[in-house]
Design a protein around this ligand. Structure first.
Ligand code: XMP
Length: 508
């Protein structure tokens, strides 16, 4: 199978690069620069390599470097941002720091003819984000693009098939970014583009069939899209040696537990254990208000439940989790700052009674996970349904969590979802949040002092950014009326009109 290596030097966009290549129908694999040697690269038969960006400066002693013999190894290379500077540095060029006048954002690019820029007009818009730049290209290279502030926005050694671009072709703000990647992958590396999602499944199943031979595997199933797809994938790899544990932590949506049981045990014929751990979670969470602390407690209790189950069920060797790429990034990958500890990544206790954790979807974005799910034959309504976070309603109850609050939120949330679904308005994600505010209202002739629920609905492709959904007023009105009528604890409903950023999708 033809594949491209994305050699990661600590950039923000490594997976986006891999994803763009996969969208072109070519499998892309990501490797941290210090986890693979030149010899291994040569043996692996990659059709080409993309060096990613990174936050460093090539002259810093601690900055990531690679064996410079790679430039003489007859391998096609494309360097992006830091990767571009690194190629220039390794080949003997000169890098400068722009100091205070770094380029950031949309920038006009002027290109010269070269294989990388086939079908790219002489002038177009690209996305820049850099302080350092290549000031003198190395011997054998020619400058192939410039901007007003950057004397070498791209360079090429066409004889060796080595290219560098200072801008980011992988982001959609670069008008001809896709063309640039296409030119590299097809025109320069000679790929044919016949890779499909089924191939990812086949590779992953094959990999774990070998790696987990004879092992007993436990899957943490939340009933959400990610863990469902992870479970189905692992079921293909290890069959009945997989046991799924579904923890009812008392913070599930209305009827969720029963639905999960029906699908996984009933339809997909998997070994499923449903654990009632409501008391345990709610008592550990009693009195805790701080969002990160709540997440850590939930993460830890999950693992304790799995460990216990592992003892009940007999020794389980490996734990499977449905972690996907946005969870990894937002929990702080490398130098990226931590936004939230998604419980299935950052909240793990350090001592765990498993040989290892397997995260088969760690490299995929949500829409890719859905494509895998459909290809695996999981019912469409399950695969396409909105995401639900592992910590459940806990991240939607602001302040202290109690059973009474969880019950009120569960009802309000079910009503909101029902009203949207009845009206045929289906945002990417939609739910209710129980705020920590109480306010005065009037019901009949009596004063009430009830809770405020916030409705949240967002439209997004990848959940890394999101826009609030413009729900028709009459749908909001119907939801508001029903919630205040049917949920006695709630006397006020508000609608959240904040995008991500600056907010996040969930409130905690
Ligand atoms: P945020 O709130 O970070 O949410 O903008 C982005 C997406 O991730 C989901 N989410 C989680 N999923 N464990 C999960 O499995 C978590 O701890 C978690 N926190 C947020 C959220 O529902 C949204 O789809």
């Amino acid at each position: 199978m033809e594949k491209i290596l994305v050699l990661d030097f600590g950039g923000q966009y490594d997976l986006l690069i891999a994803r763009r290549v996969r969208e072109l129908g070519v499998y892309a694999e990501i490797m941290p620069y210090d986890k693979i040697t030149l010899d291994q690269i040569k043996e692996s038969g990659y059709k080409g390599i993309i060096f990613t960006g990174g936050p460093n400066s090539v002259y810093d002693a601690s900055s990531p470097h690679f064996d410079k013999e790679i430039l003489n190894a007859d391998i096609k290379i494309l360097g992006i941002c830091y990767g571009h500077q690194l190629i220039a540095y390794m080949a003997g060029g000169l890098i400068r720091s722009a100091g205070s006048i770094s380029e950031y954002g949309k920038t006009e690019l002027t290109v010269k003819p070269c294989a990388l820029f086939t079908d790219v007009p002489e002038r177009s818009v690209c996305w820049m984000s850099h302080t350092d730049y290549v000031n003198e290209v190395p011997e054998g290279f020619a400058v192939t693009a410039v901007t007003d502030h950057c004397p070498c926005a791209a360079m090429a050694d066409e004889k060796r098939g080595i290219y560098g671009v200072q801008f980011h072709p992988e982001v959609t703000h670069t008008e001809y970014g896709k063309t640039v990647l296409q030119n590299f992958v097809f025109g320069i590396c000679g790929c044919s583009g016949d890779w499909k999602m089924e191939d990812f499944i086949e590779r992953t199943v094959e990999k774990y069939r070998k790696e987990l031979a004879g092992k007993r595997v436990l899957c943490a199933l939340s009933g959400g899209v990610d863990s469902s797809v992870a479970a189905a994938l692992m079921h293909r790899a290890v069959g009945d040696r997989l046991t799924c544990v579904f923890v009812d932590h008392g913070l599930l949506r209305k009827n969720e537990g029963d639905e999960v049981e029906q699908v996984f045990r009933g339809k997909l014929h998997m070994n499923l254990v449903r654990v009632n751990a409501q008391e345990r979670f709610l008592s550990k969470l009693a009195g805790v208000r701080e969002p990160e602390e709540k997440r850590k407690i939930i993460g830890e209790q999950f693992i304790r439940v799995f460990e216990e189950q592992s003892r009940v069920l007999g020794r389980m060797d490996v734990l499977v989790q449905g972690t996907i790429y946005p969870d990894v990034v937002e929990s702080g990958k490398g130098d990226a700052s931590t936004i939230k500890s998604h419980h299935n990544v950052g909240g793990l206790p350090s001592v765990m009674d498993f040989e290892g954790i397997v995260e088969p979807l760690r490299e995929l974005f949500k829409d890719e996970v859905r494509a895998v799910g459909l290809a695996l034959g999981i019912p469409e309504h399950l695969v396409m349904r909105q995401p639900f976070p592992g910590p459940g309603l806990a991240v939607r109850i602001i302040g202290e969590i109690t059973k009474e609050k969880a019950d009120a939120l569960r009802e309000a949330d079910a009503i909101f979802r029902q009203e949207l679904e009845t009206a045929g308005v289906i945002p990417s994600q939609y739910f209710a949040v129980l705020t920590d505010t109480q306010s005065v209202g009037v019901m009949g002739d009596a004063r009430t002092y009830g809770r405020t629920v916030a409705l949240r609905a967002v439209t997004t492709d990848d959940f890394m950014t999101a826009d609030w959904t413009r729900i028709p007023y009459d749908v909001l009105e119907a939801a508001s009326r029903r919630i205040t009528n049917e949920v006695p604890a709630i006397n006020r409903v508000v609608y959240d009109i904040t995008s991500k950023p600056p907010a996040t999708v969930e409130w905690e």
